[in-house]
Ligand binder design. Structure first.
Ligand SMILES: NC(=O)c1ccc[n+]([C@@H]2O[C@H](COP(=O)([O-])OP(=O)(O)OC[C@H]3O[C@@H](n4cnc5c(N)ncnc54)[C@H](O)[C@@H]3O)[C@@H](O)[C@H]2O)c1
Length: 335
């Protein structure tokens, strides 16, 4: 058994990046946090100080550190492609948060940089590491439920985020729906052919015409004929509600345990239990498993299970959803 601990650097230590940094510093025996970088120097210093790692003044400084073997890129997505290319070009292994990039050309740049640098590249679709999703996949691959035919997903964020109308469904597709585009490919083991996205501004706002949609329904067709139905909604207010159903020829797998804790309280008025407030609570274990597996793979030089091509396929589906919202028709997914 090796006792080597893989040096991790994190670029972007906001909500998501800080969690990756905490996992590297405290929760993954095979990892150690070596450096952090954030465009906001106050954030970088605070996180660095709290987690016991130096805060770099630039991404270059982080990449020059020979102790950094794995770079987690968790900056805002418009920086993903350039930062991943910079790290991969220096031979660092990169765990790149979703979305991989905003264009297929940028996805290709990242994939080629990984190939040229002989570096490992994995995209942050951590739901695949969630125990329930992983077990559903195992069952389906075992053939116990027959052929997977239909994927139905609900993704509801608690926060009622409303962006300016000009953003259209860009952020909904890249930030939220992209997880379910990935899961639908994962479970149906096929490529997405077309996406038809209808979207609206629902609830919580008196000035709907000035706002981008906070709700989208995505009807997805796969190349071999399977279907997916993906709901994306920002503003559930009651909690973070992510559920999926994989309908197969002889059975159905449902993922969607919604209790934050195991406490359930019975009263004369009925039974109550709590819900998850957000992604950090619902997928806490999955984020830890994801990074633990990635650093383990860095030592063993294993191919990553969520590849650049997976990231690219999900971006292609998101782009089709954006185009479909604009055109009002189902749009083909670019290869
Ligand atoms: N896998 C998941 O479930 C999941 C969940 C949340 C967010 N994310 C992804 O993580 C990324 C960050 O999201 P977040 O919610 O943490 O956002 P955030 O706004 O909380 O944090 C982003 C951080 O990046 C910093 N930053 C801005 N420009 C930068 C740059 N050029 N280089 C380095 N740092 C920079 C900001 O100062 C901020 O601290 C996004 O791509 C998002 O989609 C993934």
């Amino acid at each position: 058994m090796t006792t080597e601990r893989v040096g991790v650097g994190v670029a972007g230590v906001g909500l998501m990046g800080r969690r990756h940094a905490e996992n590297a510093a405290w929760h993954i025996p095979g990892a150690r946090l070596v450096a952090v970088f954030d465009a906001d120097r106050t954030v970088a210093s605070r996180v660095g100080q709290e987690l016991g790692a130096p805060a770099c003044a630039s991404l270059d400084e982080l990449l020059e550190n020979d102790g950094v073997r794995v770079v987690v890129v968790a900056s805002p997505s418009r920086f993903h492609a350039d930062q991943a290319v910079a790290a991969l070009t220096r031979g660092k292994d990169v765990l790149l948060e979703k979305p991989m990039a905003h264009s297929l050309a940028d996805c290709d740049r990242v994939i080629h940089a990984a190939e040229r640098g002989s570096a490992r590249l994995q995209i942050g679709f951590m739901r695949r590491y969630d125990a329930a999703y992983a077990e559903a996949k195992r069952l389906i691959v075992s053939g116990a439920l027959g052929e997977p035919l239909f994927f139905r997903a609900t993704h509801r964020d608690r926060e009622a985020t409303h962006l300016p109308a000009a953003r259209g469904v860009v952020d909904m597709m890249f930030e939220s729906a992209i997880h379910d585009f990935d899961l639908s490919r994962f479970f149906l083991a096929d490529e997405i052919a077309t996406v038809a996205t209808s979207a609206a501004v629902l609830g919580h706002t008196p000035d709907a015409h000035e706002r981008a949609p906070n709700a989208a329904l995505n009807a997805v067709r796969f190349v071999r004929g399977a279907l997916a139905d993906i709901e994306t909604y920002w503003g559930a207010l009651y909690g973070y509600d992510v559920r999926s159903e994989i309908v197969c020829a002889t059975g159905t797998a449902m993922v969607g345990q919604q209790q934050g804790t195991r406490l359930e309280v019975y009263t004369p008025g009925g039974a109550i239990h709590d819900l998850f407030p957000g992604f950090l609570e619902r997928f806490g274990d999955a984020y830890r498993e994801e990074l633990a597996d990635f650093v383990g793979g860095t030592l063993e030089r294993r191919p990553p299970p969520v590849t650049g091509l997976d990231g690219r396929a999900a971006v292609a589906a998101a782009l089709a959803g954006i185009a479909s919202y604009a055109s009002g028709r189902a749009e083909g997914v670019a290869r």
